[in-house]
Design a protein around this ligand. Structure first.
Ligand code: IPD
Ligand code: CA
Length: 257
């Protein structure tokens, strides 16, 4: 089944790479974009993935869906749509399969580099055929990956305060514009610590499993992440680094309220 899912996701990647007749629209706020490719990729994945697992339900970012039953696909057809709309060539397809509400399989595909990340619960995380593992870097040598809440700018000052407090503690800060990919970079040991003020389950469901199976730590602030609603997400290579960031985030969240 894993091979079949990967074939389907690669085919979806080809749809994404074809930019002919691309239509770009905003949804809600001016920063939040959906392109015709987002819808096309999601419809393709909805059809193909529910076909290979009859009875499974499907939730996608663009067309939604219901979450009934034991197996549920949680899909972001294009994670990093703002990058995609600008042809920045850093965007991913994120596909998770949950079993009774918990991710059992996760795939993140970057079609521009043909990187296929995947994890199966309790069976490790991979990039292609290679087993991947988080880094062992201490906080002082770590690359912090974050964002400043582009879609809900009222949270931006809190995010900047968190960045300001983290910056002297770590090596540097990055923002790639696709949460799913950033979590995979952490799983592969290329970045080390991560925070986003609010992510939807389709942004992180696959990436969170990949990080955990690569030996890393993921969660929300002082609680487990939710697969039913948006939530803040923290991830890290080492538990002690996670705890430092979680403390800073919870102090700044408290200051906001
Ligand atoms: C977004 C990306 C981005 C993150 C946003 C997400 P989208 O997903 O993952 O990196 O900062 O919070 O919403 O909108 O491009 O699918
Ligand atoms: Ca998206």
């Amino acid at each position: 089944m894993i091979d079949d899912i990967e074939k389907i996701i690669r085919a979806a990647g080809n749809i994404m790479l074809n930019r002919e007749n691309l239509i770009i629209k905003t949804k809600g706020t001016r920063e939040n974009i959906a392109t015709s490719a987002d819808y096309e990729v999601e419809r393709f994945l909805r059809k193909k993935l529910t076909e290979i697992l009859p009875g499974s339900s499907f939730i996608g970012e663009e067309d939604g869906g219901e979450g009934e039953g034991k197996y549920r696909w949680i899909v972001d057809p294009i994670d990093g749509t703002a990058n995609y709309a600008r042809d920045l060539k850093v965007s991913t397809i994120s596909v998770a399969l949950t079993e009774n509400g918990t991710p059992a399989l996760g795939f993140v595909y970057q079609p521009y580099t043909d990187e296929m990340f995947r994890a199966e619960k309790d069976k490790g995380a991979y990039s292609g055929n290679n087993r991947i593992h988080v880094s062992d870097r201490p906080l002082a040598n770590s690359m912090f990956c974050t964002s400043w809440s582009a879609y809900k700018k009222e949270r931006a000052s809190m995010c900047f305060r968190i960045s300001e407090r983290m910056f002297p503690l770590c090596e540097d800060i990055r923002r790639f514009g696709t949460a799913a990919y950033e979590l995979c970079l952490l799983a592969e040991g290329r970045i080390d610590i991560y925070y986003e003020a609010s992510l939807q389950p389709w942004d992180f469901a696959a990436g969170a499993l990949i990080v955990r199976e690569a030996g890393g730590f993921v969660g929300s602030v002082k609680e487990k992440e939710s697969y039913d609603k948006e939530c803040p997400i923290i991830a890290s290579n080492r538990k002690e680094n996670f705890e430092v960031l979680e403390k800073i985030v919870s102090e700044e969240m408290f200051r906001l309220s």
